[in-house]
Design a protein around this ligand. Structure first.
Ligand code: ADP
Length: 422
């Protein structure tokens, strides 16, 4: 059977978030880093193509998204999902509007929705206004975002500034009335010449109603929340039989390691907790790397005899004072790059030494490790903590990877994660 749902995500962690939601709702999901270069495994229900298109120039974001769409159509996807951030991260130039309109035009569809709401994560939309927790978007910390500062909470206005077509609104009273009412409103908005409709949503129930109402749309644009309701549409059509897609991970037997490049408070607490529980740990230090010390060889010599006994940790994590001191001496970029390079090479050599279950802490660090391991696609498995699933790389040597963005995960993450592996 061909792939049912084809998703294009505008960044990597957003792609993982969406993929996790789909797995949770019963779709066997593969996430690819960029456009897939090899066929996906048989039985894949959904694919999430992770781009890095959130803040690049609009014309490049459009070109990359259209190339991804091309692949998805060739793979036979029945519905396309354009995933962006739940805080609608964009500028007046895009990229949400231009990409959505380009996808509509390529798919030959005159209408779609836009709904970044994710009530469980405190992102709600009412009367077209996006709330982050109890505050309006433009009054939240998003107003100070370095790349996509959000100065208007009215999503209809925000999107209208980025689109050529007309932007409308499906209000909460309609959403609460159920899928049929939403479909009727979609039809009447289309008749009024609206191309994209912002949709209110303040609860999971609203997301389920909206998901059901999207059954006939060739294109959905949303945060990850709408993914809650879409798999049920395929199930109702007899196209999806899986219930527990998370258990469908290929097995990975081998040694275990943790590579830790995040300096966030959450990661510092997780590292301290793991060390207090007796997991051996080796520290990588940017100043020693800058002095040409071969910490990669040193770390591997340290790790090799320990690995057969249980997980080991290699970390660069340091207090903010120590990070600042290293950055003052080396420059922010060089300090970061030295650490990322060393940790990525250590991860590669750990895998060479037989590690098949690997936790990586840090968004940038994860990117560097995945590149060093030449991982191009991941099957998404069970969630360890919100936003962090186990994944298994596809390819000749499957490796279980938990890629943890800095602030995610409970304090005992590094010890409890192993028991979430199927
Ligand atoms: P997070 O997800 O917490 O933001 P990232 O991996 O994205 O984590 O970013 C952490 C950055 O800090 C990386 O570039 C990493 O190389 C760098 N880094 C880690 N440890 C140190 C350190 N001791 N000194 C300076 N920079 C460091």
């Amino acid at each position: 059977m061909s792939i049912l749902l084809g998703c294009i995500a505008d960044d990597f962690t957003g792609a993982t978030d969406l993929a996790s939601m789909l797995v949770h709702a019963g779709m066997r999901t593969v996430q690819t880093i960029g456009i897939p270069t090899a066929p996906l495994p048989a039985g894949t229900d959904a694919v999430v193509i992770a781009l890095k298109s959130r803040t690049i120039a609009a014309d490049q974001a459009v070109a990359q998204s259209l190339a991804a769409l091309h692949w998805l159509r060739d793979a036979g996807c029945r519905q396309v999902y354009f995933k962006y951030c739940s805080t609608f991260d964009s500028t007046d130039q895009g990229n949400i509007g231009p990409v959505a309109e380009a996808l509509m035009s390529a798919l030959g569809t005159p209408f779609t929705i836009a709904c970044p709401a994710f009530p469980e994560n405190k992102r709600t939309i009412f009367k077209g206004h996006l709330f982050v927790g109890d505050t309006l978007l433009a009054e939240s910390s998003m107003r100070n975002h370095p790349l996509t500062p959000m100065h208007d909470s009215n999503l209809q206005r925000v999107l209208q500034a980025q689109t050529a077509g007309k932007v409308g609104l499906i209000e909460h009273s309609t959403v609460a009335a159920g899928p049929q009412a939403i479909v009727e409103r979609m039809d009447s908005l289309q008749a009024e010449g609206v191309g994209i409709a912002i949709v209110d949503a303040i609860s999971n129930n609203d997301l389920l109603h909206i998901g059901a109402a999207c059954s006939g749309l060739p294109l959905v644009t949303a945060g990850s929340g709408i993914a809650l309701g879409l798999p049920q549409n395929f199930r109702a059509q007899g196209l999806l039989d899986t219930k527990d897609a998370a258990l469908d991970l290929p097995p990975t037997l081998g040694l275990r390691a943790i590579v830790c490049g995040s300096c966030s408070q959450a990661t510092q607490a997780q590292l301290a907790d793991a060390m207090a529980r007796g997991i051996p740990a080796y520290a990588v230090d940017p100043l020693r790397l800058a002095a040409n010390e071969d910490q990669v060889a040193d770390a591997m010599a340290w790790a090799s005899p320990l690995l057969p006994q249980g997980p080991v940790i290699v970390y660069a994590t340091a207090s903010s004072d120590r990070v600042k001191a290293a950055q003052e001496q080396l420059g922010v970029e060089r300090a970061g790059a030295l650490v990322e390079e060393a940790l990525a090479e250590i991860a590669r050599q750990l895998v060479q030494a037989g590690v098949r279950q690997l936790i990586v802490a840090g968004g940038e660090t994860s990117g560097a490790v995945v590149t060093a391991l030449q991982v191009r696609s991941l099957r998404i498995g069970p969630t360890i903590d919100p936003g962090v699933p186990w994944t298994v790389s596809l390819g000749a040597t499957p490796i279980a990877l938990a890629l943890k963005s800095g602030n995610f995960g409970a304090t005992d993450f590094f010890t409890k994660a192993w028991s979430a592996l199927p």
